[in-house]
Design a protein around this ligand. Structure first.
Ligand SMILES: [Zn+2]
Length: 346
């Protein structure tokens, strides 16, 4: 473990206070960007979406926990593991990760979401003595149908909103969208003071957009002194999948769309036969979805990721070929114009 541990309690109030003061950005850290099997340069599928003080893991291929340690991520701050489907290159690292959390004596619940069948799979491993999770409270969410909003425990839900959507692959598969909660707009302090709101607790209430009663008996609506709501940054994660409508909906307006691009476009037919997409197709999805940045991942060991990204750049203006451990900063645009941004951070 490379960071200071976080107390297991950390109730909602404390987390709420943390959220108000924390930075309003996400960081995406690819932990494994290979398809099918790991290579020396690319691990099996895994990607961390990191906020200040908490993170979620999308897919947990073999080697994901070592990659997370290398990225300096603290397991005590992991809120949820979101498994897209039960193919081994997206799942096989999970038993090992859960065993580590068990050994660490974690008492804070961990949410594990995935398609139907994930609970019985983990139960079978536990029965065989393969998990060793001790008293770790697991909240397993099995997804069915089209997917939808995911309920996280109170303290986790304060940081993250998570939605799922069924994708089109050879087995039941769900993409995810992870967002920071929207925040109230910026307070016009001068206007509030001029309207008679005294500094102190009442001003703090106004800053939250609440209606307050002034000392002279007047009622004031706090929301009138706030700028437009600040939208939380969002990351959509769509793999594995052939090009599909659900990926467009999942990525609609996302600041970063992480989309699989297993093959170069010349092998589109092979990609579809195997339930996958090309980089060019991922770029069409990102364009239609108006996603800010397209982060391509899940590269077959037989392709050059940069070449796949080059092909995609003919369609979408902002394409990044994911590389293990190469993080991106994600911020949402201000309510005023400007584009959303994702900065490469080596
Ligand atoms: Zn798959």
């Amino acid at each position: 473990m490379s960071e200071s541990p976080e107390g297991p309690s950390g109730g909602a109030t404390e987390a709420q206070a943390r959220m108000r003061t924390s930075s309003f950005r996400l960081r995406v850290v690819p932990l494994g960007t290979s398809a099918g099997r790991p290579t020396l340069a690319r691990g099996a599928s895994a990607l961390a979406v990191v906020a200040e003080g908490a993170w979620v893991l999308c897919d947990c291929g073999e080697g994901a926990q070592v990659a997370a340690l290398r990225a300096g991520l603290s397991f005590s701050r992991l809120d949820a593991v979101l498994i897209t489907h039960l193919h081994g290159d997206h799942f096989n690292g999970l038993p090992g990760l859960l065993g580590t959390l068990g050994l660490e004596g974690r008492e804070r619940p961990l949410t594990v979401a995935g398609p139907r069948g994930i609970a019985s799979l983990l139960e079978a491993l536990a029965r065989a003595g393969s998990l060793g999770i001790g008293g770790l409270p697991l909240l397993i969410v099995e997804l069915e149908g089209e997917g939808g909003r995911l309920e996280l425990p109170a303290d986790a839900a304060i940081s993250f909103g998570v939605e799922s959507r069924a994708l089109t692959h050879r087995v039941p598969t769900f993409g995810y969208r992870v967002s920071l909660r929207d925040r109230p707009g910026t307070l016009d302090v001068e206007a509030a003071l001029a309207a008679g709101v005294p500094r102190g607790p009442l001003l703090a209430e106004v800053k939250e957009g609440r209606t307050v009663m002034l000392p002279d008996g007047r009622r004031l609506e706090g929301s009138k002194f706030l700028g437009p709501v600040r939208r939380g940054p969002s990351v959509a994660y769509a793999l594995d999948t052939t090009p599909c409508r659900a990926a467009v909906e999942l990525g609609r307006g996302a600041d970063v769309l992480v989309h699989e691009s297993t093959y170069e476009h010349a092998r589109a037919e092979l990609a579809h036969a195997r339930g996958h997409s090309t980089g060019v197709e991922a770029a069409r999805i990102a364009l239609e979805a108006s996603a800010g940045t397209l982060l391509l991942t899940h590269f077959s060991p037989s392709v050059d990721g940069e070449r796949v990204a080059d092909e995609a750049r003919s369609i979408h203006g902002r394409v990044v070929a994911a590389a293990d451990q190469q993080g991106l900063e994600v911020t949402a645009p201000d309510p005023a114009p400007a584009a959303s941004s994702a900065e490469l951070r080596p």
